[in-house]
Design a protein around this ligand. Structure first.
Ligand code: CP
Length: 310
């Protein structure tokens, strides 16, 4: 079940294939509007949406804001660093304040794993997790699944290699849960110091420290950003060494299936996780991922504000 308490999207850990397909099918309709000359529907007329971000963002925050506007919601941004959070206001009091203002959906990013789950228990508004610590980033995984489906058709049975800082990556976790539900085969590759020590089994993924083994015959190669802001010092010797052993370049990508998709959630550290040649190359769908993010987030806002069949 993807939508918890009949109102929130907090993660994909319990998502089913049917839940995911419902979002992806609706996003396909929404993408037509994103690509049209008249980006306006009345789907969220009369609804209000607030982004509540305690961490920086470009893609997630902007795409939610544009999705809300394209669907005629009243939308507002709250940046924690420029709010009464700086005066010591608690998360519950912040949520209660937004509830009293009549907010229907709170889209939240926080550096603490579980913060959106906590907020969701204390507000009437729907809460969408826009990334919580190292836990989950469900809307990123849904847009990634959308992008894979658009190119590959059926995701079931496909091999997806996820390369890099898995330990600190909420994108890796949500993708693994979503890909498991869709029947894909997930292989993680990275330095042992950047792999979860004990929770790979719930993620149902293989792990190898050999990037070549992970990428061989893959249908999708997904690079992950090195999450420096979450790393303690010393998890790999140097950026140059990391790039040499775990960077995706044209030689590594050539080991995947012909025409395999190259993905990355962004922002990309060019020359570290991906070479510029592959990031901008023919197999890269990184820019499509961004475009699909708007459509997927429109679909989620529509589903959650209707609260139908959740
Ligand atoms: N992929 C992603 O979450 O990007 P932002 O941090 O720019 O939102």
């Amino acid at each position: 079940m993807m939508f918890s308490n009949h109102k929130d999207l907090l993660g994909l850990k319990t998502a089913t294939r049917e839940d995911i397909l419902k979002v992806l099918d609706l996003a396909k309709e929404m993408k037509k509007l994103v690509l049209s000359e008249n980006k306006k529907s009345a789907d969220l007329a009369g609804k209000s949406v607030v982004t509540l971000f305690y961490e920086n963002s470009t893609r997630t925050r902007m795409s939610f804001e544009l999705a809300s506007k394209y669907m005629s919601a009243s939308s507002a941004n709250m940046t924690a660093t420029a709010s009464s959070v700086q005066k010591g206001e608690t998360l519950i009091d912040t949520g209660a304040t937004l509830d009293q203002m009549g907010v229907d959906v709170i889209i939240m990013r926080h550096n603490m794993s579980g913060a959106p789950h906590f907020l969701a228990k204390h507000v009437k508004a729907s809460v969408i997790n826009a990334g919580d610590g190292i836990n989950e980033h469900p809307t990123q995984a849904l847009l990634d699944l959308y992008t894979m489906r658009e190119h590959l058709g059926e995701i079931s049975g496909k091999k997806v290699a996820i390369v890099g800082d898995v330990l600190h990556s909420r994108v890796a976790r949500s993708n693994a849960y979503g890909l498991n539900a869709m029947g894909a085969h997930v292989v993680f590759a990275g330095p042992t110091t950047l792999m979860p020590a004990d929770d790979l089994s719930p993620l149902k993924a293989e792990y190898t420290s050999d990037i070549r083994e992970a990428v061989k015959d893959a249908d999708v190669v997904m690079g992950l950003r090195i999450q420096r802001e979450r790393q303690k010092a010393g998890l790999f010797p140097s950026v140059r060494e990391y790039s040499k052993f775990f960077g995706v370049n044209d030689e590594i990508l050539a080991l995947a299936k012909p025409g395999a998709l190259l993905m990355h959630p962004g922002p990309v550290n060019r020359g570290v996780e991906l070479s510029t040649m592959v990031a901008d190359g023919e197999q890269s769908v990184i820019r499509e991922q961004v475009q699909n993010g708007v459509a997927v987030r429109m679909a989620l806002l529509k589903i959650l504000t209707r609260r139908e069949n959740l």
